[in-house]
Ligand binder design. Sequence first.
Ligand code: CA
Length: 231
Amino acid sequence: MPKVLIVEDEEPISLMLKYNLEAEGYEVDVCGRGDDAEIRLRESVPDLLLLDWMLPGTSGIELCRRLRLRETTERLPIIMLTARGEETERIRGLSTGADDYVVKPFSVPELMARVRAILRRSNPEAVSTLLKSGDIELDRETHRVRRNSKEVHLGPTEFRLLEFLMTAPGRVFSREQLLDGVWGHDVYVDERTVDVHVGRLRKALNKGKARDPIRTVRGAGYAFNDQFNGV
Ligand code: CA
């Protein structure tokens, strides 16, 4: 599994990132200071670095510059996290050698998509694009879903919902967690919306007599049921 190092001093952000990355199967390490991160990166190099701009110790931008000068980290994929309004800073960030940047507050699904895209470029074997469970196959690259080898047509939200649920089979997600993970936490939608889209997803997936792979957990939310045996 790919290793990701998060260098971020705002704990709510680093916790949220860690949670979401681990849910996708990444191995995650967190560091709250630029100078500590530099020491850690001398000892071991991850597959990807999520680097905050403003950090105690050494700033993200300075750390990025130093990493590019070092042989072991000159090609390490780096995504910079910047605060809104640092437009010129962002440009400097890219010229300093970051591969990509996101502006806070960012949408989690979008950041996850960028993480996957960058890792796929740098380390194609490490990121699987195909999620499989029972007779369901979801291809993240082509955005196609098949059940029992037959194509299932899903709207973009239903696709993201299924993708999100399938990355953590068996785990129960609350409606709030699904909203954060699928719609993004800066978007305002009612929790009832989740039920509507789960309903549509089920309808598209369970045509005919197929077993329902989505489990409703009363009072808690929804889970992808990895015990379902297909037909
Ligand atoms: Ca910061």
